[in-house]
Design a protein around this ligand. Structure first.
Ligand code: GAL
Length: 847
């Protein structure tokens, strides 16, 4: 009997333990919500979430990205579902490789995290056509995103397809899977006005359809004030404090908190200071929020022709906590991790009550969460963009830097302030910026072969029309290119010098007269339309005009974006003698795609074909040329980057895999960048930018799994003209990491023990290398008042050499921590009298 009792007790214990440790073991969970939070198995949850879009990296690195997300303090991974790649041909589905959605969801599950599945099926996401398959556009009578039967049928079918797939694999929380949340549509509320009554009906229909698909998890609609019950309307934006859902029964949720912003060709590189991002997050939880998602936590790469448009760049780095190449971006990742820990310490308070508000002064306030009448957690905020302040709260005085929030898990001790960044920093703003840690291999120019493409129609694929054709309707997006060809007759006596005036809906065009390049025109992400006005010389008799109109990603955002169109819409010759000659509605000959695409020059099977020419002089600065070479992949396991700074515009393939479009020749405007961007004050996408006057992107990501030992094939299609002899291949061989912590800084958040308060009283320098590397050397260590920044530290007026102590604690380790205290560092407490001391360390990580 006693034994049986023991056995039952044991089973109960195991069950309890498994329940607490979440759903890893496949236990089903019931997900609902109330006015405070998502409720999982009867318990309100405060959740940190981050976006990772599975096709923007390769399946081989998913586990590592998710591990880094979990270590960064996330509990939820969010992704869109990309319809156009899952159903490339109507009725034919594809879920392989980077598009293996089930594998991705299971990878999240294996890591013990939850998943938010944003099925849409409209995604936006700077993804080609917002995720819609282009074939959808050709269904007779269809109108996207409104109450239109053909559209609704297709949308419903795809929603059902994805939900069935998830159910078959037991991936919803009720089945023991990780999916706790689903999204239908995306930010429709921003454009609903443009669809009139049809839009309102569509919202109701989308909500109904979603709910009837019985996922057993709550649905959300983001930026959708009129989201019908029970769908939760959520907020997207740089800040979401102050957001109120459309019903008092719904929790305050934030589905897109931009960690930075996306990049477009021809623009400077946007970034968002972590102090502001942390401020936004802390304000959100302070004012009642309980679920927050970083868009993006890892952005990745727009491989192939997946980038949306117009002109979205190939890098989707997004200044995210994990960079495009999968490396941890510091101090962003580390500072947010501390923030997540601080919020976690408050979770029990956040879920126990609504916040109470206390005004502490002008633009100074506190929000307090109570567990019981004398047990509380508090957030103190100074939302003034320039003035620091001292505030009195609960009888104590606190210093609050401008634009910052302090978190007090016991209403007394500050464990974290959003403006105080004490986590590790990396030297340089880009994974390949630390020259000392990069191996650069110049591709041998002698090894290049090339193929010069014919200008204009090649072969017998042409067709004729009596007008200028819209490009998407003509190419069906099977290619970026459409040739428009016309003949111009010049009679004796007619002017030979004319102005050629071309208007295009986008996105770029190369113009050839009598097979000679005369002009190149292009738009930009915000204005795809452009005009070319060029004086040209014609011959008497027949002249040929060949215009190659090029698309750089299909539009993905805006009301009716699907019918925005592209390509030429007016071609006029203006001759000073005889006036205007509008040839827009003359005879035009067309060809979809360029010659090299038809030949298949990007394919491995053609690598040794006779199409490729070799010779002693490599042609450079030539338009419409293909180059090919082979390279040996540098040793190691890390990602590679191809430096295409010397090239113009085109696309590149490695072993037959497209690594995306490049456009190095398009420089960002020379103004709009600030050397140091002040994080204080409201952020928007143009506030903090770098690399003005430079190309948006010169480095292109080659995932390690796309190369192999021995020779690898590189093929480049250059449209404008470039010099391939300067292309190089980069790998990262190590990293320089730094930390600068003052004795006045708070100790790490995890040294806080609930009920006991802070147990370790000293702040700490903490250093960690990327996985696979270890600390090989300490380059600098000074305790006192060290000067300079990471990479340029130098001893200051007071300097104590603590190198041996730091070396002992760190060298050979993957990570180490050093208390910033005179006692630990073996320094007499009276050293540097009257000065606030700090410890600065620079370490080198390598294999
Ligand atoms: C939002 C949209 C996202 C993404 C973002 C900008 O409006 O919902 O999908 O496009 O903007 O990166």
């Amino acid at each position: 009997m006693g034994m049986l009792k023991n056995f039952i007790a044991c089973v109960l214990l195991v069950v309890l333990f498994l329940q607490n440790s979440c759903f890893e073991a496949g236990l089903s969970a019931n997900v609902t919500y109330d006015h405070r939070a998502l409720v999982i198995d009867g318990k309100r949850r405060v959740l940190q979430s981050g976006s990772i879009h599975y096709p923007r990296s390769t399946p081989e690195v998913w586990p590592e990205l998710i591990r880094k997300s979990k270590e960064g303090g996330l509990e939820v991974i969010e992704t869109y579902v990309f319809w156009n790649y899952h159903e490339p041909i109507r009725g034919q589905y594809y879920f392989e490789g980077r598009f293996d959605l089930v594998r991705f969801v299971k990878t999240v599950q294996e890591a013990g995290l939850f998943l938010h599945l944003r099925i849409g099926p409209y995604a936006c996401a700077e993804w080609n056509y917002g995720g819609f398959p282009v074939w959808l556009h050709f269904i007779p009578g269809i109108q996207f995103r409104t109450t239109n039967n053909p559209f609704k049928e297709e949308m419903k079918r795809f929603l059902a397809k994805i939900i069935d797939l998830m159910k078959q694999e037991n991936l919803f929380a009720s089945q023991g899977g990780p999916i706790i949340l689903a999204q239908v549509e995306n930010e429709y509320g921003n454009v609903e006005w443009a669809y009139g009554v049809g839009g309102e009906l569509y919202v109701k229909w989308a909500a109904d359809t979603a709910v009837n698909l019985n996922t057993s998890v709550p649905w959300v609609m983001c930026q959708q004030e009129d989201a019908p019950d029970p769908i939760i309307n959520t907020c997207n934006g740089f800040y979401c404090d102050g957001f109120t859902p459309n019903s008092p029964s719904k929790p305050i949720m934030w589905t897109e908190n931009y960690s930075g912003w996306f990049l477009s060709f021809g623009y400077a590189v946007p970034f968002r200071p972590v102090e502001d991002l942390a401020f936004a997050v802390a304000r959100f939880f302070e004012t009642g929020g309980t679920f927050q998602n970083y868009y993006m936590y890892f952005g990745g790469t727009n491989f192939g022709r997946t980038a949306g448009g117009p002109l979205v760049a190939t890098s989707y780095d997004y200044d995210a906590p994990i960079d495009e190449y999968g490396f941890i971006r510091q101090p962003k990742w580390g500072h947010l991790r501390e923030l997540h820990k601080a919020i976690k310490l408050c979770e029990e308070y956040l879920i126990s009550s609504d916040p109470t508000h206390q005004k502490l002064g002008a633009k100074l306030e506190a929000h307090i969460y109570h567990k019981s009448s004398n047990d509380c957690a508090a957030f103190l905020a100074n939302y003034d963009s320039s003035s620091d302040a001292n505030v009195t709260f609960n009888g104590n005085v606190y210093f609050l830097p401008a634009w910052s929030v302090s978190i007090l898990p016991d209403c007394k001790n500050v464990v974290f302030n959003t403006a105080k960044v004490i986590s590790q920093r990396n030297n340089g703003d880009h994974p390949f910026a630390q020259q000392k840690n990069v191996n650069e291999l110049l591709l041998a120019s002698s090894a290049f072969s090339w193929y010069e493409e014919k200008v204009g129609i090649s072969g017998n694929r042409s067709f004729v029309r009596p007008d200028l054709a819209e490009q998407i309707n003509t190419t069906k997006d099977t290619s970026d290119y459409l040739w428009y060809t016309a003949s111009i007759h010049v009679m004796p006596g007619q002017g030979k010098e004319v102005f050629l005036n071309i208007e295009s809906l986008g996105h770029a065009a190369l113009v050839f007269v009598n097979k000679k390049l005369v002009a190149f025109g292009y738009g930009n992400h915000d204005f795809a339309n452009f005009l070319i006005n060029k004086k040209i010389e014609l011959n008497e008799g027949i002249n040929t005009l060949d215009i190659l109109s090029m698309m750089v990603g299909l539009q993905n955002y805006g009301a009716w974006f699907d019918v925005a169109g592209a390509g030429l819409f007016s071609v006029i010759l203006i001759d000073l003698k005889n006036g205007k000659r509008d040839i827009s509605s003359g005879e035009w000959i067309y060809q979809v795609g360029v010659e090299g695409e038809y030949i298949g020059l990007d394919k491995i099977s053609l690598a040794n074909s006779s199409f490729w020419k070799q010779g002693s002089t490599l042609p450079v600065n030539k338009s419409l040329i293909w180059y090919k070479t082979t390279f040996l992949a540098p040793e190691g396991k890390g990602p590679l980057a191809l430096n295409l700074a010397s090239m113009g515009k085109g696309q590149a393939w490695v072993n037959g895999q497209s690594i995306g479009r490049y456009w190095s020749a398009y420089l960002a405007p020379s103004t709009g960048c600030t050397k140091k961007c002040d994080y204080r004050g409201s952020y928007d996408a143009s506030k903090c930018q770098k690399h003005c006057g430079q190309p948006a992107q010169t480095l292109y990501h080659i995932p390690r799994t796309w190369v192999h030992p021995g020779e690898n094939l590189l093929v480049i299609h250059e449209e404008l003209g470039g010099d391939p002899s300067k292309i190089s291949l980069l790998t990262k061989t190590g990293q320089h990491i730094c930390s600068f912590v003052s004795e006045a800084d708070p100790p790490p958040v995890d040294s806080w023990k609930p009920n006991l308060g802070v147990v370790s009283s000293s702040p700490q320098v903490r250093l960690a290398c990327e996985r696979g590397w270890h600390i090989a050397a300490i380059n600098f260590a000074s305790y006192g008042i060290p000067e300079g920044n990471c990479g340029s530290f130098r001893p200051g007026a007071c300097h104590m050499d603590v190198l041996p102590i730091v070396q002992k604690a760190c060298v050979g380790q993957i990570e180490c921590s050093i208390p910033v205290s005179s006692a630990y560092l073996g320094v007499s407490a009276g050293a540097c009298p009257g000065l606030l001391k700090a410890l600065a360390v620079e370490a080198h990580c390598s294999i």
